[in-house]
Design a protein around this ligand. Structure first.
Ligand SMILES: *Cc1c(COP(=O)(O)O)cnc(C)c1O
Length: 394
């Protein structure tokens, strides 16, 4: 069996066979090389790897480890990019990306709601190094062209957004960014590569928190950046010297998870559609944010740029913060937990978790209301999820 079945194979085939590296024992999949270092037949052979003349294994913190390289090849194939680099977390991937691409005096534009850690990194940590960010939300997104400066390196966003599931036009944003000389970076964590391919729509780089759909079982923490080789390679020294490479055990677990990515996400899409349709008819639910509902403002755009509408949604309960917390507390099957993308369905109230630290005015600007509940839909039977929500909303 070839280790690289080629880019023309379908996504499910790539998830299973793409990038795998067999060894002499005949194992069907890439073994776990937990080793920190690798031996050479001669000093010259070692130098050839150190100086990049030959590809080889050297030292795991450098990412030169066969299990890490296998999961990187698989992820590049799945996301449709040339090269992937894996990290110890999604935030490690984001921080290496920003530090590699931006120098002191450079500028970023961040569009729409983004993950809380990314917001903090951009708003609070990077200004210390002279790297500043303009944040555009809601109607301000139309002002992107005017927000770009001669020093704008990156335009960064997520779509669909967290927690209101707004859909942002990847091709349109990438065109404006390109005209302004900036690169477009999409955090594709919420959609997953099964539902959305930002690189094909004009984005330059894609990142993921592999902790979510890619891992899919709430049992690993990792991150990845994918794109054209010269761009992705700019992150290599940062990952190496900040010590951010993924651990081999995690890479092995991630390889295992990726083999079922398509079946998991397609079922999550189907379950989420059923749950969203149930919630949309419930008298105590004021609003459901799910791009798969024909009534959603982002539905037409999502139908154009996504292959599936995803497993994430939120809804607004007809009650105050305490009454909303009480609804969540009555859930029996659905767990109260942050994070997303796993096999189990999770519920959170964004004002208590992802958006807890925002000032009230900032919450209002971003439409994070007290009655908002976010759901990450898992792989349980949809009727059991609906029954649990029905009894909690009673
Ligand atoms: C969780 C998450 C991150 C951060 O990933 P970690 O693996 O927790 O570091 C970044 N972006 C999005 C959209 C996320 O959901």
């Amino acid at each position: 069996m070839p280790s690289d079945p080629g880019p023309r194979r379908g996504l499910a085939t790539l998830c299973i066979h793409g990038g795998e590296a067999m060894d002499a024992q005949g194992a069907l999949h890439t073994p776990l090389y937990n080793h920190s270092t690798f031996g050479f037949p001669s000093t010259q052979a070692l130098l050839d790897v150190v100086e990049g003349r030959t590809e080889g294994n050297l030292y795991t913190r450098y990412g030169l480890n066969p299990t890490l390289r296998a999961v990187e090849r698989k992820l590049a194939l799945i996301e449709g990019g040339e090269e992937a680099l894996v990290f110890g977390s999604g935030m490690a991937a984001a921080s290496a990306l920003f530090l590699a691409q931006c120098a002191s005096g450079d500028h970023l534009v961040c569009i729409g709601d983004v993950y809380g850690g990314t917001f903090e990194l951009l708003a609070r940590n990077l200004p210390k190094f002279g790297i500043t960010t303009t944040f555009l939300v809601g109607d301000e997104i139309a002002q992107l062209g005017a927000a770009l400066t001669a020093r704008t390196r990156l335009v960064f966003f997520e779509t669909p957004t967290n927690p209101n599931l707004e859909v942002i036009d990847i091709a349109a944003i990438a065109a404006v960014a390109r005209a302004g000389g900036a690169l477009t970076v999409v955090d594709n964590t919420f959609a997953s590569p099964v539902n959305q391919s930002p690189l094909a729509l004009g984005a330059d780089l894609v990142m993921h928190s592999a902790t979510k759909y890619l891992g899919g079982h709430s049992d690993l923490t990792g991150g990845v950046v994918i794109g054209a080789q010269p761009l992705v390679r700019t992150l290599v020294p940062w990952r190496k010297n900040l010590g951010q490479a993924m651990a081999p055990e995690v890479a092995f677990l991630l390889l295992r998870s990726l083999r079922t990515l398509t079946v998991r996400v397609r079922q999550q899409n189907e379950n989420a559609q059923a749950v969203a349709e149930f919630l949309a008819t419930h008298p105590r639910v004021r609003k459901v944010n799910y791009p798969g509902l024909a009534s959603a403002p982002g539905h037409a755009l999502a139908a154009r740029q996504m292959r599936g509408f995803g497993g994430m949604m939120s809804f607004v309960y007809d009650g105050d913060a305490a009454a909303t917390a009480a609804v969540i507390d009555r859930l029996r099957l659905i767990a109260i937990a942050p994070s997303l993308g796993g096999v189990e369905t999770l519920a959170t109230q964004p004002i208590t978790t992802t958006h807890h630290d925002l000032e009230p005015a900032e919450r209002q600007r971003r439409g994070i209301v007290d009655g908002l509940v976010r759901l990450s839909i898992g792989l349980e039977d949809a009727r059991d999820l609906i029954a649990d929500l029905a009894q909690a909303l009673r």
